[in-house]
Design a protein around this ligand. Sequence first.
Ligand code: SAM
Length: 184
Amino acid sequence: GYRARSAYKLLQINEKFHVIKKGDSVVDLGAAPGGWLQVAQKLSGGKIVGVDLEGITPIPGVVTFRADITALSTVDQVKDALGGDADVVICDAAPNLSGAWDRDHAISIDLARSALEMAKKLLRPRGNFVVKVFQGDMFIDFLNDVRREFAVVHAHSPAASRKESAETYVVGKKLLSAPVRKGD
Ligand code: SAM
C-alpha cells in the first residue's frame, strides 16, 4: 500500500503521459507524507529526492529533507542532494485549505510557479514536469507560462480526484532549452 491516496493519481498520470521512466532521477516538491515518492521509486528505481515543510518518514533509497519550495536556497539544497540534473520534477504541493477558494487558488498558483521556477533550474534539457494546481481564474496564465517552457503540455484532471476539489495536474514534457524557447 501507499502512504497517501494521491499515489494513485501519479500512477494514473504516468500511465497516460509516460513522465517517469526506468532509471530517471526524480525530484518531488511538497512530498509529505511520501506516497508520490513511493510511486516515483517504483517507476524509476533511480535517484529520488523529496522535500516538504513537514518531515517525511524515511523511505530506503530516497533522500528527503525539510525545505520551503518557495525559498530560492532550496534549489541549491536539492541540487546538492541530487548530484546532477533531474530527469523529472513533480509537485503535489498544496496549501492547508482555508475554505476561501480565491485565497486557496492564489496560494496554489504561487506554489505551482515556484515549482516551475525550480523545474527550470533542476531539469536537464528535455526533462519532464508535473504540477498540481487548484482551478481558478489564474490557471490559464499559469498554463501558458508552462507552455512557453515545454514542447508538449497537457492539463489533466484524474478520475481519482473528487469533483469538488477541482484539482488539475499540468504535465510539461521536454523542457525547451533557452535558444529555442517559444516567445523569446
Ligand atoms: N504527493 C504527496 C504524497 O503522495 O504523499 C502529498 C502531498 S500533500 C497533498 C501537499 C504537501 O505540500 C503538504 O505536505 C505540505 O506540507 C506541502 N507544502 C505546502 N507548501 C509547501 C512549501 N511552501 N514548501 C514545501 N512543501 C509545501
